[in-house]
Write a protein that binds this ligand. Structure first.
Ligand code: IMP
Length: 429
């Protein structure tokens, strides 16, 4: 059993990138299994900040092979840009280090334009998507009319198929009052990208199974988070893929017998970007304080879109649910340093709906929108903890906060991050 699945326990932006970076140092292969460049993983190494959207954080470790799995939707132009940016900063990205599933789906310019059209049509009910074409790409996949990455190997027919898709989308765009795309122009960059990416294409399921059979350690790096899952999140304010642990298996094509650990990553408070219910959302000075000013890259502003994130107290009801959906074997709690200086901290331990106490989130949106969080208040701590490296050196109140999370969720907290740098991790021995 050599696979570890790493998933977000909240609405994305839990700090998975830095946790993946740490786990990648102990892995041979790091594989993304869902989503596309809607994700934004920030990793801080030395004095450099890497913002990765498609390529797993494992790329920053020389010995690691990175995989973009079949469950992903890939924008080839943005992928080439990301490869070039990494190479410019001295990170080698060769076909030996990065393999792209022939079965992954391609995000076309039509998908991006249709994402915008769909958001526009929803008006006040817009999802607040990242406008990266994610939903329309998965719609074409499940509608069995998508283009797969493997189609890029034959550049001529790929270009024809792309133009055909764009022409078809133009009718919808015009209907929504948007400018139609010029198929040839839009396809040009894609053709160039297809040529560049062809050597990276491979049957990644075969590759991963072969590596797993020989005992390689595979890290499945989740993007987004449990509450954005198409099935288990707060539908319809979700993304269009399965970022939960089950999605790792379908999105990579190997069986559950290899899975040893399912690591849930949660921030020590809640954030959400985009629309949708968020029971513990705060407004005013408390929210501003959790969000930060935006001056630091770790402040709560979207890596992909730059949007300020909605902030609130930790929601243990959601975490308990996420632990169940994913089968967490352990949890990593991130950004604990941000909570230094609060007199008291609140955790939602249950919800109330129409006078009834709920231990789990209601599955329908209308009810979820009406729940009221029931809080427990815990003492805060004043000390800065960025320099702490041993669990025993954390302030007693911080330890109590973590212990309370683990009791409420029913999963051990094994690791805590206390700052953005690679070594700012506290392991519980
Ligand atoms: P989409 O994935 O662009 O379709 O966006 C659907 C919803 O998921 C929106 O609320 C986005 O803000 C949210 N979302 C998508 N990717 C991420 C992510 O990586 N972090 C946080 N939220 C995300």
């Amino acid at each position: 059993m050599t696979a570890t699945i790493l998933v977000g326990a909240q609405w994305g932006d839990e700090g998975k990138g830095r946790v993946a970076d740490w786990l990648a140092s102990e892995s041979d292969v790091v594989a993304r299994f869902a989503g596309g460049d809607n994700a934004g993983h920030t990793v801080y190494v030395g004095d450099r900040v890497y913002k990765l959207h498609l390529i797993p954080s494992g790329i920053l470790h020389e010995h690691v092979t990175c995989v973009l799995g079949n469950g992903m939707v890939v924008n080839p132009v943005n992928l080439v840009r990301e490869i070039e940016e990494l190479e410019r900063s001295g990170v080698r990205v060769s076909p030996e280090r990065l393999v792209i599933s022939t079965r992954a789906h391609v995000i076309t310019p039509a998908h991006i334009a249709l994402d915008m059209a769909s958001e526009k049509a929803r008006g006040a009910d817009a999802i607040g998507t990242t406008l990266r074409g994610i939903g329309p790409a998965y719609l074409d996949k499940t509608g069995r009319q998508g283009l797969r990455a493997g189609d890029m190997a034959d550049v001529e027919s790929f270009a024809d198929a792309l133009c055909e898709r764009i022409e078809k989308a133009n009718a919808t765009l015009v209907e929504h009052g948007l400018e139609p795309l010029s198929p040839r122009e839009a396809a040009e960059n894609y053709i160039e990208a297809a040529r560049r990416l062809s050597p990276f294409l491979r049957d990644t399921s075969m590759y991963l199974n072969a590596r797993l059979r020989e005992g390689a350690r595979v890290l499945c790096e989740g993007a987004q988070g449990t509450m954005l899952d198409i099935d288990h999140g707060d539908y319809p304010f979700v993304t269009s893929s399965s970022p939960t642990s089950g999605g790792a298996l379908t999105g990579l094509g190997f069986g559950p017998r290899y899975v040893e650990r399912v690591v849930g990553v949660a921030k020590c408070f809640s954030t959400r970007v985009g629309a949708g219910p968020m029971p513990t959302e705060l407004e005013g000075p408390l929210a501003d304080r959790l969000r930060g000013t935006g001056e630091n890259f770790w402040d709560e502003f979207g890596t992909t879109t730059g949007r300020p994130r909605r902030c609130g107290w930790l929601d243990a009801v959601m975490l308990r649910y996420a632990a169940q959906v994913n089968g967490f074997t352990e949890m990593v709690i991130t950004k604990l340093d941000v909570l230094s200086g609060f007199d008291e901290l609140k955790i939602a331990v249950a919800y109330e709906l129409d006078g009834e106490r709920l231990e789990n989130p209601p599955e329908m949106l209308a009810a979820l929108r009406r729940v009221r969080p029931l809080y427990e208040t815990l003492p805060g701590w004043q000390e800065a903890i960025g320099g702490v490296r041993r669990w025993a050196d954390l302030p007693r109140a911080a330890q109590a906060y973590l212990e309370r999370i683990e009791t409420l969720v029913g999963v051990p907290v094994t690791t805590v991050s206390v700052g953005p740098e690679r070594d700012q991790l506290v392991f519980r021995s």
